[in-house]
Design a protein around this ligand. Sequence first.
Ligand code: ZN
Length: 256
Amino acid sequence: MFYIEIFTVICLGLVLGSFATALIYRVPKKLPWGAERSACPECKANLGALDLIPVLSWCLSGGKCRHCSNKISSRYPLTEIVSGVLCLLIYLVYGLNISSLFLIASVPFLIALCVIDLRHMILPNQLVFILMGVGGVRLGYLFYSGDNLQATELLTVYIAGAFTYGFISWFLGFVLTKILKRNSLGFGDVKFFIVAGLWLGLNALPYFMILSGTLAIAFALCWRMVFKQDVFPFGPALIVSFYSLLLLQGSFSFLN
Ligand SMILES: [Zn+2]
């Protein structure tokens, strides 16, 4: 049973990773996500079921389009593998149940936000709002499914968390903008803080601030070395901290 579940979760993760690559390609171009069929970006040939098996299609075709033989970036299978691993970790901590499916469902959106922020320095609203919505439905499920979440906890830990994370990040951005005399924390980042508060709750706030702050400083230093730029995307540090704490909450009760 254990191995069947692991196999199922990895396959699900790979498929969600494939969905993430579609989001990464389509959302910044403002293309509809699902309406059109997937096509080769070079020759525009429609991709059939055989071309769309995560990782496997890429390996079997030698990393080339079957129609025009153009090279297909290894970023596609890599993104799928990362998604598979992230989903597997969620399974290993939380098992396979409705509650953990909410976490697994967030993975393609987290990956897409991370990559889009790295490339375009923006956290697109639609993706952030979806995470907010999934987080809200998850809380509703935990609340209505019985003893997991009490009404007071829902209000004082999670709803209050969303407001507090949002307010603190807005305030931080306001102060930093005054000190550094340039726009320091985008509104996309503030909205992601609200998402983090809604999912992680108030008790994880100090850990989220410390972890994301440390990662952001390390990341900013690397960014400056590689790209010689002072302005760097804050999203990846936020997203990595968010996912790590979601996992850690499964093992450490003081984070909940
Ligand atoms: Zn092609």
